[in-house]
Ligand binder design. Structure first.
Ligand SMILES: Cc1cc2nc3c(=O)[nH]c(=O)nc-3n(C[C@H](O)[C@H](O)[C@H](O)COP(=O)(O)OP(=O)(O)OC[C@H]3O[C@@H](n4cnc5c(N)ncnc54)[C@H](O)[C@@H]3O)c2cc1C
Length: 485
């Protein structure tokens, strides 16, 4: 608290990470200013309302579930508005709907013992084959093939990941595999071992269910009654209006003598400069580099290599009470334009009025792709026909309205070598003494979900409160990007 007296922190970007950090620092008495380009805080974690034929629907920018790690903090903010859900994820592949992650007995039942035996033989072949020399940048395909076998990987994992990244699995970095361990498990052997423990011990079973082990039958998740963004609305209200610079366009991050000296910003009121003791950036890492003044020319090529994949969120209003019997369905079918569909009402029943429901589909694309140039009607028609193919919808006439929301920086593209590029940029950030970059966008991470954003905001706030030195990214190779842990 004494440290906080008179200390000011400017936070670039008011998404979940920036907002959480602002909320924590504000509580500790810091003088916080959030600079946000949109007209409200919360970033990708906001909820918006849509009116259709006189009814009101709520939508998130993608299905934002919260998990157990910070459930008590979320309950502190939301009270009884925090809903606990027990449900499951599914995947669609080869004309069948299976649980996701895979359940061995269901697999054998659905695909038959002959094909299941082929998958196991293929797994053993890849597992027991002598390992080649570890290449410096192993691909997702090589790592996952060793963990699950080539056939299992090709059918049950690769199509979804390739749709996310827009690259073939042999061009995607193996880092993705590390970041998805909580969903897919560490390997087939590990999953089998855990499944046995799960079946044999009541305590293990309860622990695994609570912490969403890949072998647990259902997942446990939490969700705010009024949509994921309810948490962001509550945290925003704790900040005074003058602490939120909204509709703000950052023109330069001015630096001198190895420090940021001020952020040049244009708002509705005109140009201004925000000056603080410490600056925390949560905006996309490559964008931060494009704003530095003077620039770091030796890093401009590296920054240009870090690109994002856009999500076109296709939202459908459906004339039915319910459309799905699970939380989300991942499409492993390459002919489907979308990678995942979910039903907001399955998380909170206020998301759609009685007698109606809504569906959201994520279509990932790059500029110039066929789906990027479709207009909203064409894209919705394409998604509806995919849903009929999956038997989620019976006919087109069930959809009474639709719209599309574009999310430009949705997924970082994890090309091979991305770890080194990020390290180089974060080394650049390290060289500016009063600047930190964090969050999903600020670290160019895919898997910085809300729990990890909570971790990070907590760590940065501790770092600021304890006034400790920044650790150079290069010294932290095992946890690249996490400058302050
Ligand atoms: C489709 C989808 C589904 C997801 N589902 C889940 C889920 O189920 N569970 C989960 O935990 N997480 C989920 N996530 C991830 C979650 O959205 C992020 O982890 C979280 O929002 C990260 O917040 P952030 O602040 O790091 O980034 P963001 O939310 O992107 O915030 C960055 C902020 O910076 C602002 N900004 C950018 N550039 C500038 C600039 N130049 N000047 C000023 N402001 C700027 C942006 O407007 C934004 O407000 C999902 C993400 C997507 C895309």
């Amino acid at each position: 608290m004494i440290m906080a007296a008179g200390k000011s922190v400017a936070i670039l970007g008011g998404g979940f990470t920036g907002l959480r950090l602002a909320y924590l620092l504000n509580q500790s008495g810091y003088n916080v200013t959030v600079i946000e380009k949109d007209n409200s805080l919360g970033g990708m974690c906001r909820t918006f309302e849509y009116q259709s034929n006189g009814d009101s629907y709520l939508f998130d920018y993608g299905p934002h579930l919260y998990f157990i790690k910070y459930a008590e903090e979320f309950r502190g903010l939301l009270g009884d508005d925090l809903i606990e859900l027990t449900s499951r994820f599914c995947m669609y592949t080869h004309g069948k709907r299976l649980s996701y992650p895979l359940r061995p007995l269901e697999l054998v039942r659905e695909i038959g013992p002959f094909r299941a035996a082929l998958y196991i033989a293929d797994f053993l072949y890849h597992r027991l084959r002598p390992r080649g020399k570890n290449s410096e940048h192993a691909s997702l395909e090589s790592v996952m093939t060793r963990r699950f076998g080539k056939k299992l990987f090709d059918v049950f994992y690769a199509p979804y990941i390739e749709k996310c990244c827009g690259l073939p699995a042999n061009e995607i970095t193996s880092m993705w595999a590390r970041e998805r361990e909580n969903v897919s498990g560490r390997s087939l052997m590990d999953n089998v071992r855990n499944k046995i423990r799960f079946l044999l011990h009541k305590t293990s079973r309860e622990h695994m269910a609570k912490w969403n082990s890949p072998v647990a039958k259902d997942i446990t998740a939490f969700y705010p009654r009024l949509g994921a963004g309810q948490i962001c609305s509550i945290m925003s209200k704790a900040l005074a209006p003058e602490q939120q610079l909204l509709n703000a366009r950052i023109t330069h991050v001015n630096c001198s003598d190895g420090k940021v000296s001020g952020i040049a910003v244009t708002t509705d009121e005109g140009p201004t400069v925000v000056v603080a003791d410490l600056y925390v950036s949560t905006i996309p890492l490559p964008e931060l580099f494009s704003l530095l003044n003077p620039a770091m020319p030796h890093l401009s090529e590296v920054a240009a290599r870090l690109t994002y994949r856009m999500v076109r969120l296709v939202c459908l209003i459906v004339d039915r009470e319910w459309a799905m019997d699970c939380l989300q369905i991942f499409s492993m079918d390459r002919k489907h334009a979308f990678k995942r569909v979910y039903e907001p009402k399955s998380m909170s029943d206020v998301m759609a009025p009685r007698g109606k429901t809504s569906l959201c589909l994520e279509v990932c694309c790059n500029d110039g792709d066929e789906t990027s140039s479709m207009n909203a009607e064409q894209l919705a028609a394409r998604c509806i026909s995919d849903l009929i193919d999956m038997e989620v919808l019976g006919s087109e006439s069930e959809v009474t309205d639709s719209f599309v929301v574009d999310i430009p920086h949705a997924y970082p593209v994890y090309h091979k070598g991305v770890e080194d590029d990020c390290l180089d940029l974060l080394e650049g950030v390290s060289s500016v003494r009063n600047l930190v970059s964090c969050g999903r966008q600020g670290l160019f991470r895919y898997h910085v979900m809300t729990a990890e954003a909570m971790d990070m905001a907590g760590s940065v706030s501790q770092f600021i409160e304890n006034d400790i030195e920044k650790v150079h990214a290069a010294d932290r190779e095992s946890e690249w990007g996490q400058l302050f842990f």
